[in-house]
Design a protein around this ligand. Structure first.
Ligand SMILES: Nc1ncnc2c1ncn2[C@@H]1O[C@H](COP(=O)(O)OP(=O)(O)OP(=O)(O)O)[C@@H](O)[C@H]1O
Length: 734
């Protein structure tokens, strides 16, 4: 039952934990002559301050009674005792405990007034020079600036974490900037949604037809559509969607759009006779990719036959006969600046890549290997025998002070390689490829390897497809399924699905079988039974090695519910399995989890003591330890890397007993159970089924109805993505 909110006040006796990024803190306060622990978002709180908290008492399973605050206001300390504690806690940079005592001894209850209004008087205290006195005065003003800004933003519903970002971005100017144009809060760094900024604008009495509002709406529609994979939108569609969204007439919106195009705040470009509008960074990314690929292709190919001999020697050395298309791919990569290699499962892409690497190295070239996800990079490393990195790690991604992502490698610090081979290229978005190309020497060759038929990238663009469909670059398609792979029903079924044929659902003798589910509830039970009992008993695999995939998240048999059900079956609560809550959801020791965004700062330690940083979107791990007192969680990734998460970082973690097919892109699993129990035409389509099937290495079990499978095979819907890359390529090459 929801508890009523109450207000309490007390003096801060100690700050036990504080997260500088989001303001979450655990503090001890003196309340009614007792020490009480309070948790909540308390940015900038210090020992000795008076706080007024709004919230409720909760009973924490380990720490007992606590106050959970949803609102906190601070008052500066009034008594000399509290003043001393406040200053001694380091609240004002430059004043430590000894100096604090001297200052309070000198100025007593007037201390803060002196620091604020007459800082020079501080020189009366031993050890304070005029310069230091001035610095202390400035620091005090800064702290007050933050408080004023926070108090202003709190009125408009910004959380302390958001207010801290606003302060970091605009400092003392924040209040003025937000009052003039609250839509500036929608920038990436602060991340307020258009609707919230719109609400603030209403409270500030901004007219609905204000150009700032229209600008923000146009940008919002374009940014929002990046999430659907579009790098641009047709001008007419953008106008119509933005106009409807903010409920205005089209005319003023068209005027603002024209002004934005005029000022290059947005960019217009003709794509196949249609006027498309881009955000400037996306326009720049696609334009740059087209230009660099054209430059690489323009390099005269080396036409010598020496590579034929080298390939023949390689065949002899490895006792293998390459298919003609493989030979052609290897030879093209050796001779040309840019080559694309595509093919379905078992068509020999990896074998071809390995041959390229070996011949490049024999030729004295430095080869770098990379892939978009940690799992794909690991797989590339295992199969090619040379170390592959994630693109982010190769580019040395990190965060700038203001929290934005940046790459150390780039035009000013180029990658030290002569050839770059990028696997799983279908998963790469245009912004990432742009960053990679910028970091490559002009003479560096590029080989893109990927499966044209896989789902496109989660991020914007339709990279591999646009590049291949342009017909302007050396593209080698591998189609022959090698004997070993051809024996696998997983591989043959995947190829059948691609050509619109229903795979044989009656087979019982291979690595792929289909189980008809008796309705959703029965299907759910069947999946639970397969993972908990039947497959481990029949194949000697552990439940942890089995991955459940589902096209969608919702419904009884979607990922969200599957995760909850499977967790209770595979990892039920127990006294020796502590739990911790994050965003209303609890994680438990023993849970299988997945990192849901790239985080380059997370530290990990391997069992051999080696340390590193970075846990990436799609990385899977197991919760091994939870320390509730400190709010720390240890997760073991890839059976070797232990990373420690603070409670607020758990936002980046999800249960992963079941994951969506989209999330599984770039990963492979020994055993996959594919849940097809929630038919939905938007998610049940051919390429998604193909992607799901090709995630399984040794065993695939589909659970659902034959109708669901045939619905997917027949639904050859191609994801429509608006992008400009194809047009840029053609315009540059013509
Ligand atoms: N020229 C060849 N002759 C004989 N066998 C080959 C040849 N090329 C590849 N193979 C074999 O075919 C199988 C599939 O090859 P490979 O792993 O290179 O394909 P792939 O396209 O990378 O497949 P996947 O995407 O499923 O990993 C492997 O067992 C490999 O050893």
């Amino acid at each position: 039952m929801e508890q009523p909110l109450i207000q309490i006040s007390g003096t801060v006796e100690g700050v036990i934990y504080k997260n500088e990024e989001n303001g979450f803190a655990v503090i001890d306060i003196e309340y009614q002559d007792e020490l009480l622990t309070a948790v909540g978002e308390f940015p900038d709180v210090h020992q000795g301050e008076e706080v007024e908290l709004t919230g409720c008492f909760v009973n924490h399973p380990t720490f007992g009674r606590q106050f959970k605050a949803s609102l906190c206001t601070t008052r500066l300390p009034a008594t000399t005792g509290a003043l001393l504690k406040y200053l001694a806690s380091g609240a004002i940079k430059g004043i430590g405990p000894v100096m604090a005592r001297r200052i309070v001894d000198e100025f007593g209850a007037n201390t803060l007034e002196v620091i604020e209004r007459e800082p020079q008087r501080l020189c009366a205290v031993r050890g304070i020079t005029p310069k230091k006195a001035e610095q202390i005065g400035e620091e005090y003003k800064r702290i007050f600036g933050i408080r004023t800004v926070m108090a202003f933003l709190t009125q408009y519903g910004l959380t302390p974490a958001e207010s801290i970002r606003v302060w970091k971005m605009w400092g003392a100017m924040a209040q003025e900037i937000v009052t003039q144009n609250p839509y500036r809060l929608c920038c990436d760094f602060i991340g307020i949604s258009f609707d919230r900024a719109d609400d603030i604008a209403r409270q500030l009495q901004m007219p609905l037809s204000a150009p700032e509002r229209i600008r923000a709406a146009l940008e919002f529609v374009l940014r929002h559509n990046l999430q659907n994979g579009h790098t641009c939108l047709p001008k007419s569609r953008l106008l119509q969607v933005a106009t409807d969204y903010i409920a205005l007439e089209e005319e003023p919106v068209a005027q603002v759009l024209a002004a934005m195009l005029e000022e290059n705040d947005l960019v217009e470009y003709m794509v196949r006779g249609k006027s498309m509008v881009f955000l400037p960074d996306l326009y720049r990314a696609e334009g740059y990719i087209a230009t660099r690929l054209q430059m690489m292709t323009a390099v005269m190919p080396d036409s010598g036959t020496k590579w034929d001999k080298a390939i023949a020697a390689q065949e002899k050395k490895l006792d293998i006969t390459y298919a003609d298309s493989q030979r052609q791919a290897i030879s093209s990569a050796m001779r040309q600046g840019f080559v694309v290699l595509t093919g379905g499962p078992g068509t020999g892409k990896t074998t071809t890549m390995a041959a390229m690497i070996s011949l490049f190295e024999e030729d004295g070239k430095k080869v770098a290997l990379c892939a978009p996800t940690g799992r794909a990079a690991k797989r590339m490393t295992d199969l090619c025998g040379s170390e592959a990195k994630t693109i982010h790690r190769l580019l040395e991604a990190g965060y700038q002070k203001d929290g934005t992502l940046s790459f150390s490698k780039g035009e000013d610090d180029l990658l030290d390689c002569d050839v770059l081979i990028l696997d799983e290229a279908s998963m790469v978005d245009v912004l990432l490829l742009e960053a990679l190309l910028r970091a490559m020497k002009l003479t560096c060759k590029l080989v893109l390897v990927g499966d044209y038929d896989q789902l496109p990238s989660v991020g914007p663009g339709n990279l591999l497809k646009d590049i291949i469909d342009s017909g302007c670059f050396a593209t080698i398609r591998l189609s022959h399924i090698f004997r070993q792979a051809a024996q696998s029903a997983i591989v043959t079924s995947a190829h059948q699905i691609l050509t619109g044929q229903l795979p044989d659902l009656s087979r019982r003798d291979s690595d792929f079988f289909f189980l008809r589910a008796p309705g959703k509830a029965g299907g759910l039970q069947l999946i639970e039974d397969l993972i908990a009992r039947r497959l481990p008993a029949a194949y000697g695999v552990s439940a942890g090695d089995i991955q459940i995939l589902s096209p969608g998240r919702r419904g009884l048999c979607g990922c969200e519910n599957l995760n909850l059900q499977l967790r209770e079956r595979l990892n039920p609560p127990a006294p020796d399995k502590p739990e911790i809550k994050s965003m209303g959801f609890s994680f438990r020791v023993g849970d299988k989890v997945m990192q849901t965004k790239n985080n380059y700062d997370i530290l990990y330690k391997k069992s051999d003591g080696e340390k590193g940083t970075g846990i990436f979107n799609g990385d899977m791990g197991l919760i091994t330890h939870i320390d509730r007192r400190d709010g720390l969680v240890q997760i073991l990734f890839d059976e070797e890397k232990t990373a420690t998460y603070t409670a607020d970082m758990l936002r980046e973690i999800e249960l992963a007993y079941a994951v969506t097919v989209h999330k599984s892109q770039g990963s492979e699993f020994d055993v996959v159970i594919l849940s097809l129990l929630e038919p939905n035409p938007k998610l049940y389509y051919r390429n998604l089924l193909y992607t799901a099937v090709t995630r399984a290495k040794k065993l695939l079990v589909m659970v659902g109805s034959p109708q669901a499978v045939s619905m997917m095979v027949e639904n050859n819907r191609k994801t429509l993505r608006y992008s400009g890359l194809g047009a840029f390529i053609h315009d540059i090459m013509d």
